[in-house]
Each structure stands twice: as C-alpha cells, then as structure tokens.
Design a binder for this molecule. Structure first.
Ligand SMILES: NC(=O)c1ccc[n+]([C@@H]2O[C@H](COP(=O)([O-])OP(=O)(O)OC[C@H]3O[C@@H](n4cnc5c(N)ncnc54)[C@H](OP(=O)(O)O)[C@@H]3O)[C@@H](O)[C@H]2O)c1
Length: 255
C-alpha cells in the first residue's frame, strides 16, 4: 500500500482519484483550499491518512501546506491535481502574481521543491498545453492584456515541462504528466465529451501500479497511452529557462 498526497481533492478529478485510492486501501492525504471547503471531504476523511489545508493562490499558504504534508510523513506519490481554468482577470495574488500562474504553475513547483521527495510525481496537464508556447518574456502577465485561455494553456505547458524536467534530473523519481481529457467536472462542465473515469484512472495508475508501463518516467499520458507532448515541454533549454524563472518568482530553487 502507498501513501499518496492529492492536491485539490474536494471535487472533480482529485476527489474521484482519492476515492478510488482509498477504496483500494491506500493511505491518501486529502487537500482543501480552506477549512470551510474541507467540509466537502467529510465522507472521505475518516478513511484518509489526513487532511491538509491551504490556498494554492497564496505562496505563503502553499509553503505552509508543504510543511503540513511533511509532518504526516514522506509520501510515496504526489498527484499535483488542483487547478483553475478561465479566470476572468489576472486576479493578482497576495504575492503579486497572476492567479492562474500561481495556482497552476507556481504552487506545483513550490510543493515539488518543499515536500520531501516522493518516489512518484504526477502533474495534471491538458491537451491545451499544445497552445502554450511563448510565455517566458511575460510569464506573469505584467505586460500583456489578460487572455484567460492563453494563460491556462501556458500554465499547463509549464507543468508538463516541470514533469519532464524532473524525469531528466531526478533519476530515482518517476515523474509524468497526464492529460485527463475533457471530462464533466465543475471545470470541464456538463458538455464534456470524455469519460470521467478514464480522466482519473491514469493518475491513480501512475501513482501506485507496478505495471511496467506505469513505472516509466518522463511520459505525457492520455487514457493510459503515452502521447507526444509539445516540443517545448521536451526541450532542455526551455526547461532550464523555465526552472530559472520559477525559482526567481518563488524565491525557492528546485535544483
Ligand atoms: N475537467 C477537464 O476537462 C480537464 C481537462 C484538462 C485538464 N484538467 C486538469 O485536471 C485538474 C483537475 O481538474 P477538475 O476538472 O477536477 O477541476 P475542478 O472540478 O474544478 O476541481 C479543481 C480542484 O482544485 C481545487 N483548487 C482550485 N483552486 C485552488 C486553490 N487556489 N487552492 C487550493 N485548491 C484549489 C478545487 O478546490 P475548490 O473546490 O475549493 O475550488 C478543486 O478541489 C486540473 O489541473 C485541470 O487543469 C481538467
């Protein structure tokens, strides 16, 4: 049995993945944005290994969250699942960042840097990451007019590149990115055309399975099939520049 931390487990894919893993007997650490939102975990919490609280749009709360996870113990796997989609504005965070960048890019980066290194890392990407090139000159949206869809695409390219960077630089860790498809959660909406179950079974499989395919690193997965990510996500020069920018923006070096 494994110990797995899942960010954003109050709803959607994160909650579904948590339910499956708890049902299989794994020790799952759940996460809610606030104490109030933790009420949504009332049914899962009694069978979970813990509930940690923190708003990922806040760097301070994200750093505290990493401490809460480390207090519980070393995780075997972390599923970086929490995310926001079409934010109506830049929605500047307490630290002055665009909220989409803070939640979707900076938080998984910070948690990766600050949580005791697990054996497996899984990052929720999106097929939309293919449209995310070109962010580096204005990664935090301080010069461009706000474009919610572009900001989301860029953030998903960032986490895909993060997953592949770690696969390249941390040989003892299995690090992968997952496109769950377009699935009917509160983010995906009721018109979503992909199967919800396939949307979460890839990350649960990568987190705990000893299947040969699930113990590969550096993959970009869709419905348990490896696919080609955007060229930039695989480009070591882009990866290095991105890691430098994220270290500068957070003040926390990963390497
Ligand atoms: N659904 C899709 O079609 C689709 C497609 C491609 C990729 N994805 C990716 O899959 C992942 C999960 O998406 P989903 O569809 O399950 O979304 P969802 O139903 O909207 O759930 C998102 C989860 O993230 C949490 N979250 C959001 N902002 C947070 C913050 N500031 N601090 C802490 N937690 C926060 C939410 O908590 P609250 O409930 O408190 O807000 C919720 O638990 C995301 O990374 C998304 O980009 C989804």
């Amino acid at each position: 049995m494994s110990r797995i931390f899942i960010t954003g487990s109050t709803g959607g894919l994160g909650r579904a993945a948590a339910g499956v893993l708890i049902g299989e007997g794994h020790d799952v650490v759940l996460h809610a944005r606030t104490r109030e939102r933790a009420a949504a975990l009332r049914d899962l919490a009694p069978d979970a290994a813990g509930v940690v609280i923190g708003d990922l749009s806040s760097a301070a709360e994200t750093q505290d969250l990493a401490g809460q996870v480390n207090q519980i113990g070393r995780m075997d796997a972390v599923i970086h699942n929490a995310g926001v989609y079409l934010e109506p504005s830049r929605a500047t965070t307490a630290e002055g960042h665009a909220k989409t960048l803070a939640v979707n890019t900076l938080a998984p980066y910070l948690l990766t840097a600050l949580i005791d290194r697990p054996d497996r890392l899984i990052y929720l990407s999106s097929g939309l990451h293919h449209a995310g090139a070109g962010s580096l000159p204005d990664i935090d949206w301080t010069r461009r007019s706000w474009n919610a869809a572009q900001a989301y695409a860029e953030s998903k390219l960032h986490v895909t590149a993060l997953a592949l960077t770690l696969a390249r630089t941390w040989p003892g860790v299995l690090s992968n990115a997952v496109d769950p498809g377009w699935v009917p959660t509160s983010m995906g909406g009721p018109a979503a055309t992909d199967d919800l179950e396939m949307g979460y079974l890839t990350q649960t499989w990568l987190a705990v399975s000893n299947d040969a395919a699930a113990t590969l690193s550096g993959g970009y997965w869709y419905h348990r099939q490896r696919q080609a990510p955007a060229a930039q996500a695989r480009d070591p020069a882009f990866q290095d520049q991105l890691m430098d920018r994220l270290a500068a923006l957070t003040g926390v070096p990963l390497f």
